[in-house]
Write a protein that binds this ligand. Sequence first.
Ligand code: FE2
Length: 352
Amino acid sequence: MASAGIQSLSVRREDEQYVLGIESTAHTFGVGIVSNKPPYILSNTYARYTPPKGGIHPREASRFMASQAPRVLREALTEAGLSIHDMDAVAVALGPGLGPCLRVGATIARALAIYYDKPLVPVNHVIAHLEIGRLTTGLRDPIILYVSGGNTMIIAYSEGRYRVFGETLDISLGNLLDVFAREVGIAPPYVVGGLHQVDRCAEEGREILDLPYTVKGQDVSFSGLLTAALRAYRRGARLADVCLTLREIAYSMVVEAAERGLAHTRRREVLLTGGVAASPPLRRKVSIMAEHHDARVGLTPLEYDSDNGAMIAWTGLLALNSGITIDPGSAVVRQRWRPEEVEVPWYYKIFN
Ligand code: FE2
């Protein structure tokens, strides 16, 4: 709690509010501070867990987070030039995510809220990805392609909530790429942001192989593609060709599902967000599809594609101003918290 002693350096403008947000759903312990006045995001600091090998081990990741939390929290306040006393609320991602990791953020948020007597705001991590996407791209009412290590969803707002129009029936797009890269030995243990190893390897590809393309209605399925890609590689196909095929098929599948969502909802905007949204080839495909439909495209800036505290703080601010807070005693984590379970009364409200 050493950060509480930091003197406030910022001058609060009329009606200005500050919210501190904590993210700890998977690999990132992030703290962000936002204001309801431009430039909105005042700080966004984080520590990212990279396992020595394999995927994320939740308990290891949570231990890492607990060890990094004081530093990350202190840096977020210093960067914003604010003290914890300046905050109007503390927001926290209570789910969906990995239990041990979620509990680190929830415990810290509850402690801050109780000790400093601040309202506590529960935030759904998926909705935070969508809201930071809307804030940073300026899109108002888009169809959203949300792709990450944990999720692959096509989402749009309708009648008070975000609705999932399509999603993966098995593994996520990020998981498909990460597992393939690990299995064929081209990945560092865990990849976050930017050009994925599969994207990079695909640049050398020359030939598209015959691998399964599975879009079922509005949904996609990747597990058959993963198995077939690994089999092709083990049977001697050139790795670059397998990567090229995997990339082309997987990205085309999610873009097709998003295109169906766009046509179905008759939106004029397409938002791409989430950890895998940082991939330049995927960004190109989404842009081409949107252009084809005369729709505006919004690509969330790289810094806010991967998990971050600013998106939790921003969504917390929106929720706070709709009167949404939670008693710290009831603020339990929800590992499988679906976005459509959350009421979104702030959707059409605009901050100036
Ligand atoms: Fe995420």
